[in-house]
Design a protein around this ligand. Structure first.
Ligand SMILES: [Zn+2]
Length: 114
């Protein structure tokens, strides 16, 4: 992978991490809000609120997993092996890495593995 591509990828990851952290702080506050409001809401809206809280907790989990993945990518992006498919040792397409920087396999191997 050439340097400018790597730079571009770093920018993409940093930007995504920034957005993820904003999302995380939003969903962690909505995951909390329900507990505080529980006594003051009616039955139906409580069920609603519980469902919303579940969704908030799910997206919280998903977002923080993604955050961890991206942090890991950032930590080895300068490594020579970065962007190389773990299966066939061929470079992973830059376009693929732009969308999914945590990709460990090229599109061909990924398809075979799934
Ligand atoms: Zn491959």
């Amino acid at each position: 992978m050439i340097k400018s591509e790597k730079q571009a990828l770093k920018q993409i990851i940093k930007q995504e991490l920034k957005e993820l952290r904003e999302l995380l702080s939003l969903s962690s506050s909505s995951a909390k809000t329900v507990e505080l409001d529980q006594t003051s809401t009616g039955r139906v809206s409580r069920i609603d609120a519980i469902q919303q809280q579940k969704m908030a907790i799910n997206s919280l989990r998903r977002d923080s997993e993604r955050e961890q993945k991206l942090i890991r990518v950032l930590s080895f992006i300068d490594d020579k092996q970065f962007g190389i498919c773990e299966e066939c040792d061929q470079p992973i397409a830059f376009k693929r890495l732009q969308i999914k920087p945590e990709s460990r396999f090229c599109i061909g191997c990924q398809t075979l593995l799934e």
